[in-house]
Design a protein around this ligand. Structure first.
Ligand code: ACO
Length: 338
């Protein structure tokens, strides 16, 4: 018999629902043909190994906070929420405009959310879902009424454009969601989050912090760019996303077949195919946009969620599954009643 979220007991007397979403991607498109002119690669290799056809690249004077604010404005409009009603802004990013003030504070200034408490969360590509659960905790515990959660990254600013192993994978963008308690809806039903610092070195940017500060030598050695062991990252991505997805489904008493739409991290089509295979789902159950945007890090699952919601991939009351993975290592999954 088909399982239903109606059978799942609530965790507390209230939880957070996503009441609106928004997203933004920069205008400039960089195709695989453009990359062929920059490094030794080709369209066929990129498509076969990753599924990516093109990605968006922000202008030099377009920062993470600008993209985040545009996504936030779209989400506020979609939710029918004014800036003054927002009492917390969480921005997931690994490419803040600067070390401090936080990107969240800069978004606050740009959108005029004067009543909000603001902070950034660094969990790489898992950051948006980490923030959704932080918002859920604050709302469930009556600490906040309305929380704006944003995933935003300008990965093009930390990519080594001479490294074909990484530069073909990433793009820029932002996605946002407004969370609030919605009576009668379970909202965020269950989230599982995890990290494994032992694998930090497989995907990292070693320079720019206090360990390897910005010096001429460190910049010349490209230590202020993203470095990745692709094969190991691929393996860890599949293992940890499956662990996260299975754990939340188990906790809700649901099976993968009960889920209306899966929104996975958008890193590589082969990672999603491996998950579909293990979950015994067909690919049409997954919302995929990495062909258009590449991997936009913390923004990826947020942009995909906004697109899926706006194109009617699921309706109010449907159970959806979000599942992410990122540097750290970090991973998370949520079952959400839409
Ligand atoms: N064009 C052409 N050839 C290339 C390119 C390129 N862009 N990049 C690598 N190659 C070559 C390699 O040099 C290698 O050549 P060799 O056999 O002569 O040494 C060959 O292609 C195969 O390389 P692999 O690394 O084994 O290729 P693989 O099939 O593993 O694909 C990829 C590489 C796409 C990076 C894959 O490993 C992957 O997607 N990994 C996961 C990445 C990921 O998810 N990262 C983001 C995590 S989220 C976050 O926190 C930002």
């Amino acid at each position: 018999m088909k399982n239903s979220l109606r059978d799942t007991p609530p965790r507390s007397n209230r939880s957070a629902s996503i009441i609106g979403t928004g997203s933004y991607v920069p205008e400039r498109i960089m195709t695989n043909a453009d990359l062929e002119a920059m490094v030794e690669t080709n369209h066929q290799w990129i498509v076969e190994r990753t599924g990516i056809y093109e990605r968006r690249i922000a202008a030099e004077n377009e920062f993470t906070s600008h993209m985040a604010a545009k996504a936030a404005q779209a989400a506020m409009e979609n939710a029918g929420v004014t800036p003054e009603e927002i009492d917390m802004i969480l921005v997931a990013t690994i490419t803040p405009d600067m070390f401090f003030p936080s990107t969240a504070c800069q978004v606050q200034r740009q959108i005029g959310a004067k009543n909000a408490t603001c902070m950034d969360v660094n969990a790489a590509c898992s950051g948006f879902l980490y923030c959704v659960e932080i918002a859920n905790q604050f709302i469930s515990n009556h600490g906040c009424e309305t929380v704006l959660v944003i995933g935003a990254d300008k990965l093009s600013s930390i990519v080594n454009w001479e490294d074909r192993n990484t530069c073909v994978l990433f793009g820029d963008g932002a996605g946002a969601a407004i969370l609030r308690h919605r009576p009668g809806s379970k909202g965020v039903v269950t989230t599982y989050m995890g990290s494994d610092g032992n694998y930090g070195d497989i995907l990292h940017m070693p320079g720019g912090g206090c360990a390897l500060p910005i010096t001429r030598d460190n910049v010349d050695a490209k230590l202020n760019t993203l470095q990745m062991n692709g094969r190991e990252t691929f393996k860890q991505a599949v293992t940890s996303m499956m662990r996260a997805a299975n754990t939340v489904l188990d906790r809700c008493g649901l099976t993968a077949q009960d889920i209306k739409c899966v929104i996975p991290h958008q890193a590589n089509i082969r990672i999603i195919e491996a998950m579909a295979d293990r979950m015994d789902l067909t690919m049409d159950r997954f919302h995929i946009n990495l062909d258009k945007y590449g991997n936009t890090s913390a923004a990826a699952v947020a942009i995909a969620l906004d697109e899926a919601a706006r194109t009617g991939r699921f309706q109010k009351g449907d159970p959806i599954l979000l599942v992410v993975f990122g540097g750290g290592l970090t991973f998370a999954s949520s079952v959400i009643e839409w």
